[in-house]
Design a protein around this ligand. Structure first.
Ligand SMILES: Cc1cc2nc3c(=O)[nH]c(=O)nc-3n(C[C@H](O)[C@H](O)[C@H](O)COP(=O)(O)OP(=O)(O)OC[C@H]3O[C@@H](n4cnc5c(N)ncnc54)[C@H](O)[C@@H]3O)c2cc1C
Length: 52
């Protein structure tokens, strides 16, 4: 089952219908960015956990 998923993912990527997200080109914000700001993360799903 796991090998099947891997093969499916590889085939989808080869066909160009699925990509692997990566952070190339991302530059960290300069120091002090967000200072004095407050953020509420609502929801404990994967999106909320990553944002936190
Ligand atoms: C049966 C099933 C199987 C799946 N299998 C896979 C898989 O194998 N691989 C994969 O990559 N994806 C899978 N997914 C999809 C994956 O679960 C979702 O894409 C992912 O969880 C979305 O994350 P999210 O953080 O956006 O939302 P969620 O994970 O839904 O998180 C939202 C959070 O907000 C909370 N919330 C909602 N309303 C409020 C409120 N008013 N106040 C406070 N908190 C609140 C919820 O309780 C929850 O914790 C599956 C989904 C399902 C339903």
């Amino acid at each position: 089952m796991v090998a099947g998923l891997g093969a499916t993912a590889a085939a989808m990527q080869a066909l160009g219908i699925a990509g692997i997200a990566h952070a190339q080109g991302w530059t960290p914000p300069p120091p002090g960015t967000g200072a004095g700001q407050s953020v509420i993360v609502l929801g404990a799903g994967i999106a909320g956990l990553v944002a936190a």
